[in-house]
Design a protein around this ligand. Structure first.
Ligand SMILES: [Zn+2]
Length: 470
């Protein structure tokens, strides 16, 4: 994610968020003999209560009827295929607001109750370990989240439709699931909207059909995706599709009321940057690339998988596009399991931004971008907040983004360009479509470089105060 922030010399500072935690509970020493309730939280202290335990989602099929500005705006069925990781007497899904009308497990009606942020499902018979399918029919008008720190996110009405931007925990305002980054799954979307509107989601468009006054768009994301990266954008859009010069399918769309960037430039920048990052970071991790620019009343861009979302006010800067597309490798394909590791998303994407700024005409060398920050001796968050342990209140703060990027630059100077880029490519390759931690990154960096890097990462990622030597 990136958010414009005014700092001294009109630096574009990205702020990020994320989180998740896939805390896997160790089996108790005396495991209960019978089925147990699944855990009611993933156990991430940055997102108390978010996510659930006892199962591992494999696929979401979201069949949604969206009627912007109608009441209700949303009616749908979520069909979730999951693997029970223990025998379950009941389990929780994350879901806030909305009215649930029916829940089935394995096709049979299941009992359910609601509690804060949760849908608690009791199957007709306890579930053994292994595959099961739960289906939830629901409707209502999702409420946007208005957070004092993060601003508005989640389900955001626009003039002509709806925009969804879910990081870190907005997804469960519009579909039930395991809303934590440690449980990634494939997604199918079947979105029915009033004729004349377009519905855009992640992955590839696999069909459209108009019946009467409605059009249905089906999208498929075949690669695992964290819930915070799922999106559905509905409205009037002009669309361009094709392939990047490097051969990657591309789908871009712009709300026609947006004047800060044209469809041609969005397409060209997206194609050029995607191909450039392939050369630097390794094979593109997903089936397609792209972007959507909407007129949503928010001030962020988000790296929604395969298709980042932008709004009019911040898309004009190509380094924002460079930032969000780099997240396809760093954040979307390789995803932190816990939100405390969000620098693995935002430090990397900020460093990508710096590298793109260096390449632009009149570009600023990465070293100078590092130096301009390092010379700030008294700079609050930058030196006082450890990027790899920022605390919940600073997880989208300057240290995570900028000191995270500085950490990578310090690493690059220490190991040299060849080994540094080998580390980035190995990171993307070895943890492709999976979850990873800061400890994983440190271990990989030492293995690939053959250099002991404990001190460097300690002072840059975990220390307070401006690092002096490393
Ligand atoms: Zn970001």
């Amino acid at each position: 994610m990136s958010r414009p922030r005014r700092v001294a010399a009109s630096l574009l500072v990205a702020v990020a968020l994320t989180s998740c935690s896939g805390k896997t509970a160790a089996p108790p020493p005396h495991a209960p003999a019978g089925p147990v309730p699944g855990a009611a939280s993933a156990g991430d202290p940055y997102m108390p209560g978010a996510g659930n335990g006892g199962y591992d989602v494999q696929n979401y099929d979201l069949d949604l009827r969206i009627a912007p500005h109608a009441e209700p705006e949303l009616a749908g069925t979520a069909t979730i295929t999951a693997d029970a990781t223990e025998a379950l007497s009941r389990f929780n899904l994350d879901l806030t607001g909305l009215t649930v009308s029916k829940v089935t497990v394995g096709g049979s009606p299941a009992a359910y109750t609601r509690s804060a942020g949760k849908l608690v499902v009791t199957p007709p018979k306890p579930l053994p370990r292994g595959r099961f399918v739960v289906s939830v029919a629901y409707s209502g008008t999702p409420r946007e989240i208005n957070d004092p720190l993060l601003g508005k996110y989640g389900w955001i009405p626009t003039r002509d439709g709806v925009f969804t931007g879910d990081e870190p925990d907005g997804a469960h305002t519009w579909f039930p699931g395991n809303d934590q980054p440690g449980d990634k799954a494939t997604f199918g979307f079947r979105v029915t909207v009033p004729r004349g509107l377009t519905a855009i989601a992640n992955g590839e468009l696999t069909g459209t059909g108009t019946t009467g006054g409605s059009t249905t768009y089906t999208w498929r994301e075949r690669d695992p995706m964290a819930t915070y990266l799922a999106m559905v954008d509905v409205g009037r859009f002009t669309v361009r599709t094709g392939r990047t010069p490097g051969g990657i399918p591309i789908y871009v769309a712009i709300d026609p009321s947006v004047t800060t960037i044209g469809l041609g430039r969005l397409y060209d920048e997206t194609a050029r940057i995607t191909d450039a990052w392939v050369r630097l970071f390794g094979p593109y991790p997903f089936g397609s690339t792209g972007g959507v620019v909407d007129d949503a009343p928010v001030r962020f861009a988000l790296e929604t998988q395969t298709r980042p979302e932008y709004v009019a006010g911040i898309v004009a800067d190509p380094t924002v596009i460079a930032h969000e597309l780099s997240h396809q490798w760093f954040g979307d394909s390789v995803t932190p399991a816990r939100w405390s590791d969000i620098w693995l998303n935002e430090g990397f994407a900020t460093y990508a931004e710096w590298m793109w700024r260096e390449r632009e005409p009149g570009g600023v060398p990465v070293q100078r971008q590092f130096d301009s920050r390092y010379s700030q001796k008294e700079s609050g968050d930058l030196w006082n907040v450890p990027p790899a342990a920022p605390g919940r209140g600073r997880m989208f703060g300057r240290a995570v983004y900028e000191r995270g990027a500085m950490t990578l630059h310090a690493l690059r100077k220490k190991v040299g360009d060849a080994k540094f880029f080998a580390i980035l490519r190995a990171w993307a390759a070895e943890h492709r479509h999976a979850n990873a931690t800061t400890a994983d990154f440190i271990a990989l960096s030492e293995r690939v470089s053959g250099i002991s890097l404990g001190r460097l990462f300690r002072v840059w990622l975990y220390g307070k105060g401006r690092p002096a030597n490393w």
